[in-house]
Design a protein around this ligand. Structure first.
Ligand code: FES
Ligand code: FES
Length: 161
């Protein structure tokens, strides 16, 4: 077992992990941050996306020991302390960007990474960026719309699905 320490959503976190423990399992099982989901065992679905040192990462592709000392952000850190949703979360709600919600934490974290690097993405750029996030419910259209709305762009020309 190895001791790991990291900052998760601005707070110090630590635990004892096996070398094979994935970051997603450390977050969910040890830190009880179960908003980061596991939707596959093939690194395809993106339900597990978190930020590690500011970069979007599929937390099922990284060992917890690799995140030792890192700054990690999960979906639990996105809303304000009083529960007020952040701009992206609110846009998902306003534009019906979710149905079952299973993919939503990963979608929101991916969207946050996209908008950090590209504050006004085109529809094509949003769709391209979401290539690593699978949604089994929505057909993606309203997710794309929500992300573009969160970037402050007029989405009235994008028809609702
Ligand atoms: S659980 Fe990580 S990509 Fe599916
Ligand atoms: S809303 Fe159900 S998987 Fe995306």
């Amino acid at each position: 077992m190895t001791q790991v320490k990291m900052t998760v959503n601005g707070k110090a976190a630590s635990g004892e992990v096996e070398g094979r423990t994935l970051l997603v399992h450390f977050l969910r099982d040890d830190l009880e941050l179960t908003g980061t989901h596991v939707g596959c065992d093939t690194s395809q679905c993106g339900a597990c996306v978190v930020h590690v040192n500011g970069n979007a990462v599929k937390a099922c592709t990284m060992f917890a020991v690799e995140a030792d000392g890192a700054e990690v952000e999960t979906i639990e850190g996105q809303a304000a302390e009083d529960g007020t949703l952040n701009t992206i979360q609110q846009a998902f709600q306003d534009h019906h960007g979710l149905q079952c919600g299973f993919c939503t934490p990963g979608m929101v974290m991916s969207a946050a990474a996209l908008l950090k690097d590209n504050p006004k993405p085109s529809e094509a750029e949003v769709r391209h960026y979401l290539d690593g996030n699978i949604c089994r419910c929505t057909g993606y259209h309203n997710i794309v719309k929500a992300i573009m709305a969160a970037s402050g762009q007029d989405v009235s020309a994008l028809a609702a699905e």
